[in-house]
Design a protein around this ligand. Structure first.
Ligand code: SAM
Length: 169
């Protein structure tokens, strides 16, 4: 089984775990509680724009759980708002204030429902450090996963706003 956490796009070979019961969701649950899954049971885990919804006190434990349920050599595909890009754009004197407000929404979460809040932020250096400490290897930043047409591909102003990283167990 491959698992898309926080997803909503149905794709052959992939199951969806989401905290909200949406069409296509196979498992209702929280990314920070994967106790319903056995050790070494999942081929690949994909998480686009959901890891930043994990509270700071649960970041390490959540990554350890992702590592636990992944099979050996299983990949963790993780996409989060790239704070290097967003802060750079926010500081630009060229951008309109409306765009800067939208950028802040991407930093703090859209806050349209109780699950739409961001509790931490990442750039490659920070995310890589967390992944390394968990035991992941072959940590690589990629432009696109080529897997889902979702927020990992979002380019609202002509440049990508996501940090897309693949790591291996
Ligand atoms: C910003 S949307 C991203 C949706 C999609 N993955 C994408 O990249 O376009 C966040 C999604 O994660 C889900 N979500 C939020 N917090 C979650 C959590 N703690 N555990 C699992 N899913 C969560 C939400 O219900 C929502 O579907």
């Amino acid at each position: 089984m491959k698992l898309n956490i926080g997803g909503d796009i149905v794709k052959e070979g992939w199951k969806i775990l989401n905290i909200q019961n949406k069409p296509g969701v196979d498992f209702i649950g929280d990314i920070s509680n994967l106790s319903q899954f056995e050790n070494n049971s999942i081929e690949d885990i994909y998480a686009s724009h959901v890891f930043e919804h994990v509270t700071q006190d649960k970041i390490e434990a959540t990554l350890q759980e992702i590592y636990r349920v992944l099979k050996k050599s299983g990949r963790f595909y993780v996409s989060v708002p790239d704070l290097d890009i967003l802060f750079h754009a926010f500081r630009s004197t060229l951008l309109d204030i409306k765009i800067k407000k939208h950028i802040l929404g991407m930093v703090f979460g859209g806050q349209e429902d109780k699950h739409d809040f961001h509790y931490f932020g990442y750039n490659f250096e920070i995310l890589e450090d967390f992944l390394k400490s968990t035991g992941f290897s072959k940590i690589e930043k990629v432009k696109s996963f080529g897997l889902f047409e979702d927020t990992s591909e979002f380019k609202p102003y002509g440049f990508p706003i996501s940090l897309n990283v693949v790591a291996e167990k």
